[in-house]
Design a protein around this ligand. Structure first.
Ligand code: HPA
Length: 276
């Protein structure tokens, strides 16, 4: 079902009526990465179930609440847990939170995800700066902008040539260097899930130029760019993708890697917040 501007504004109104500061930055926390929200000062917390029409996260590793507050001098809106297409929501529902952020006046969206490493140089616990994406789900007909265009947000055919903001990427590289965090770079491929990839899927994705693979992010980034929001993205590498068919991938493994990735992401993101 297409989402209307009225339904977006209904949610935005509920949030606006309860928060002190106008948030400038939206942060979406991926699987096992919710701990990043714990540093937020003076938080106003909205369980997703309290927000009208807001989809509820059903996946283990996603707290399912919106945390609005301050961190390193920036007013932030943090999704502690995201919504995925494979949970049974449609693409418009999956990306409703991004629309609400845009109506609340957010200028920058920072997205994080847990992802499998297709690039053989990556290991579990590593962090990858997303410099571009492969919208494989979109190519198969699952683009979040299908349906009537929301002209209030952006054009029918939005450009994606620089989906990941070059200045923000540069800032991330600088912070990584300063903090001595190893930061890989590469292309994230977004699939629908929920089954993990077969070895043949993965060999195909590698040939297509993907470095990390996951089940989220791309729809949110497309909607963010449609509405003119600048994007910065990170993949937390949770597991080696199983290109040879000799290793098994599990959700438990994805969750466990979060504890190694969160401190690195926190250093990077907080460094960027201070520099903005
Ligand atoms: N594949 C797809 N999605 C994922 C993976 C993976 O290996 N790891 C974490 N999310």
């Amino acid at each position: 079902m297409p989402i209307t501007v009225e339904s977006i504004d209904r949610v935005a109104g509920v949030i606006r009526s309860k928060i002190r500061n106008q948030p400038r930055i939206g942060l979406i926390l991926g699987t096992g990465l919710g701990g990043l929200a714990d540093a937020i000062r003076q938080p106003t917390i909205f369980p997703y179930s309290d927000l009208p029409g807001w989809p509820v996260s059903t996946v283990q590793g996603h707290a399912g609440r919106l945390v609005v507050g301050e961190l390193d001098g920036q007013a932030l809106l943090v999704m502690q847990g995201r919504i995925h297409y494979y949970e049974g929501y449609d693409m418009a529902q999956v990306t409703l939170p991004v629309r609400v952020m845009q109506r609340l006046g957010i200028e920058i969206m920072i997205v994080t995800n847990a992802a499998g490493a297709i690039n053989p140089g990556f290991a579990p616990g590593d962090v990858m700066l997303i410099t571009d994406h492969l919208n494989l789900a979109g190519m198969a007909g699952l683009n979040p902008l299908i349906g009537p265009n929301l002209d209030e947000f952006g054009p029918r055919f939005p450009d994606m040539s620089q989906a990941y903001d070059r200045l923000l990427c540069e800032m991330a590289r600088k912070v990584a260097k300063e903090k001595k965090v190893v930061l890989h770079e590469g292309v994230y491929v977004g699939l629908s899930g929920p089954s993990f990839e077969s070895p043949a899927d993965l060999r195909f994705l590698r040939t297509a130029g993907a470095d990390s693979v996951g089940m989220s992010t791309v729809p949110e980034v497309i909607v963010a760019r449609h509405g003119g929001t600048r994007v910065l993205g990170f993949s937390g590498i949770s597991n080696k993708a199983n290109l040879d068919g000799n290793t098994v991938t599990s959700h438990e493994e994805v969750l466990a890697s979060g504890s190694v990735i969160v401190p690195k992401l926190e250093m990077l993101i907080r460094g960027i917040l201070r520099a903005l």
